[in-house]
Design a binder for this molecule. Structure first.
Ligand code: CU
Length: 148
């Protein structure tokens, strides 16, 4: 029970602080703030990469391919939950982004799956992911590896 006084103190501070400090950017909702990152992984196994890509064109664009030099195979996955509550993920093939729309890759949603990693990915490493679209061509993201 040694930690109880600490917990109480934290609770007390939390309660006495009242409302959280106001955001410096009230126009941006916290849940809209997207982090760019990839998770650590072991050689031969998987990692996930998360970021947002906005289509800057005035026409729709289609994702043609995705690759990373650090994985043998790279796919866009979507997470799903069945009626029985079973969670899984599957490859998402056709991705078309309307003009000005964002492709949001995040945990629990669409994400980049790096499969069969060429070597370990550790915190403070970085991962390159290249997206090739039919209209705009190839865009490469460099993402820091970190724990979420
Ligand atoms: Cu996946």
């Amino acid at each position: 029970m040694k930690i109880a006084p600490t917990v109480l103190l934290i609770l007390f501070l939390y309660v006495s602080c009242g409302k959280e400090p106001e955001s410096k950017r009230p126009d941006i909702q916290p849940e809209m703030e997207i982090q760019n990152w990839a998770r650590p992984g072991v050689q031969g196994q998987m990692s996930g990469a998360y970021f947002t890509y906005k289509n800057p064109l005035e026409i729709s664009d289609t994702l043609v391919s995705i690759e990373s030099p650090q994985a043998m195979m790279t796919q866009i996955h979507e997470s799903y939950t069945t009626e029985d509550g079973l969670a899984g993920m599957r490859e998402k093939k056709e991705i078309i982004i309307a003009p000005g729309q964002e492709l949001v890759l995040k945990q629990g949603g669409l994400h980049v799956m790096l499969m069969n990693l060429n070597k370990d990915l550790s915190e403070n490493d970085s991962v390159k992911v290249s997206l090739t679209f039919s209209q705009i061509g190839t865009t490469t993201f460099t993402l820091p590896v970190k724990r979420n």
